[in-house]
Design a binder for this molecule. Structure first.
Ligand SMILES: Nc1ncnc2c1ncn2[C@@H]1O[C@H](COP(=O)(O)OP(=O)(O)OP(=O)(O)O)[C@@H](O)[C@H]1O
Ligand SMILES: [Mg+2]
Length: 233
């Protein structure tokens, strides 16, 4: 065997083991994410709560990690919207959406704003999370709810965040979710949730985790400039 052949062989071995190591890290990350959801589900309680209180608790928890970014989170949720539902699930939804805005909506060096608002409409509450960031193409909006779709795979994204949101909103909270977005126009995530879960809506936390049925998308605003992000790697 020649020296150069040995060197090539060793280089390939090294690259192979690095690939294995990266995949192991990814597997650990996925396990952590699943475990988190499982823990939330196990400790979950349905109870009466004030929406503004729960939103404040969640945003207070997020504050330390959001402080690292130049963006602003503006919360405008009136008091006295009382819900009889699952505050843990609702909190997880808000966390995933706010994190996504911070991580995906804003370009390097920009100062974005994320607004979280809510109002009551009869026996439902409408919660909107809006960012003034880069927005998404139609193609991205269709894929974003699929498990493992992420434009940051290998850079901290697992692609599970939005499929968890979809599942929690529809199954656990008995509501629905619409996305309105277009490239350059930011994104709006609109949740409509029943204030009080009826018996038929209440599937609790026994619901199976299923991929999205893609029925959550409203017509997007304005024109679309093609899928600049490509499909998931
Ligand atoms: N507010 C947003 N603005 C622009 N793109 C977004 C926004 N929210 C989500 N996305 C896109 O949708 C993709 C899927 O989001 P999702 O939360 O499922 O995965 P992720 O954030 O990449 O990973 P994680 O599982 O860690 O949350 C993101 O990778 C990103 O490309
Ligand atoms: Mg995410």
């Amino acid at each position: 065997m020649r020296r150069s052949e040995l060197a090539t062989f060793l280089q390939e071995m090294l690259e192979g083991s690095q690939l294995v190591e990266r995949n192991l890290h990814r597997a650990v990350e996925l396990m952590r994410n699943f475990k988190q959801v499982a823990a939330d589900q196990a400790s979950e309680q349905r109870r009466l709560f004030d929406l503004a209180d729960v939103v404040r608790e969640v945003t207070d928890t997020l504050k330390p990690s959001l402080k690292r970014y130049p963006h602003a989170l503006v919360v405008d949720v009136p008091g006295k919207i009382t819900m009889d539902s699952y505050p843990g699930a609702l909190g997880q939804v808000i966390i995933n959406l706010v994190n996504n805005a911070y991580l995906h909506a804003f370009e390097e060096g920009s100062h974005g704003t994320v607004k979280l608002t809510a109002h009551q409409e009869h026996d439902r509450v409408v919660i909107e999370l809006r960012d003034d960031g880069v927005g998404m193409t139609e193609a991205m909006q269709e894929q974003m709810f699929l498990p493992f779709f992420s434009t940051k795979i290998g850079r901290g994204g697992t692609g599970l965040g939005m499929s968890i949101v979809d599942n929690l909103v529809k199954k656990t909270l008995g509501g629905n979710l619409h996305v309105q977005s277009a490239p350059g126009e930011g994104s709006v995530f609109r949740l409509e949730l029943p204030l009080v879960m009826t018996r038929t809506e209440d599937v609790g936390f026994n619901a199976h985790f299923q991929p999205s049925d893609r029925s959550h998308k409203k017509a997007a605003l304005g024109c679309h400039l093609g899928n600049g992000f490509g499909s998931a790697p």
